[in-house]
Design a protein around this ligand. Sequence first.
Ligand SMILES: O=C(O)[C@@H](O)[C@@H](O)[C@H](O)[C@H](O)CO
Ligand SMILES: [Mg+2]
Length: 403
Amino acid sequence: MPKIVSARVIVTCPGRNFVTLKITCDDGTTGVGDATLNGRELSVASYLSDHVVPCLIGRDAHRIEDIWQYLYKGAYWRRGPVTMAAIAAVDTALWDIKGKLAGMPVYQLLGGAARDACMVYAHANGTTIEDTIAVARAEQARGYKAIRLQCGVPGLASTYGVAKHGARYEPADADLPSESVWSTEKYLRVVPELFRAAREAMGWDVHLLHDIHHRLTPIEAGRLGKALEPYNLFWIEDPTPAENQEAFKLIRHHTTTPIAVGEVFNSIWDAKDLIQNQLIDYIRATVVHAGGITHLRRIASLADLYQVRTGCHGATDLSPVAMAAALHFGLSVPNFGVQEHMPHTEETDAVFPHAYSFDDGMMHPGDAPGLGVDIDEDLAATYEYKRAYLPVARLEDGTLCNW
Ligand SMILES: O=C(O)[C@@H](O)[C@@H](O)[C@H](O)[C@H](O)CO
Ligand SMILES: [Mg+2]
């Protein structure tokens, strides 16, 4: 049996912070897992180093399910983003090891390919509607079949999803949380116009998506979903905070625009009622934040019973290790919907050499044994951790609200 002899937590910051777990077996086989939690990276690094790694040493690396259950039930304090990101990193690294020892890419261990490749969606954002559509058309020209549109809101200095001054969009942008002002009314006026103009400019043969990012009440989300129906969106995402899964009944009552939720979910329990009551159409939980490949397969299997498809989160605060694992997962599940794809910077790609590839709007994990991704530890060591927080938002009267 491949015995775990060491596990290292590597924190690196090639332009933004990433936390990676690297497990080594007694035969020298290694596996990697992403443990990045944007804005709270060191909490997961400590959870792994101080509380998980000591329990891994000496264990059989092949016993993925047993180790998963040991870390989940054995912690007593279950669920939550820190715990489940740590478990995810261990789980993902063990699938990497199992694939390498079997001489097979992980998707083959998960039942083989259920499709040729995974459709991915690009991000297009801009200060104005015109700027946003110009970026979207460039992504369409690159081959993307699905594009998320986010534009600035007239009267607001900044808003979620829109890069400042045309820079790359990286929300964790300051040593302490930056603050932005939010107005639902101003936002609700611009979004339908954005998609009317987008359909006029881009036609109907491209999937258009939008991330509301938890900022509306259920009735406001129902209002926006209804206003967007003429533009046939692929989905509206995170229309309202999903702690209260019941709230989605109100949105469903008012609109047929498909709904995607779940990037902040970390276990099947966060999504169970949404899925079983058909309150969503896509589940966005990810390998890195929802307990790894093992747990995400459970979520996808439950979703499949209710014709809910996957639409996993894939922003640049998920490392190439997460992207590789997401593509092995996405290639293998029967109810794959779409995979988010924000290309990482060249700096990040150099730290995380990988086998996955993009071609004509689709991505494939490659056929290297395991996940087909690694971390260049020497290069990673040259990028020191730099504290960075996600922003917070306030209403125009100063009330703290959802960013
Ligand atoms: O759908 C998305 O990609 C967003 O919701 C993310 O950009 C999210 O804001 C970040 O991942 C938070 O770290
Ligand atoms: Mg989102």
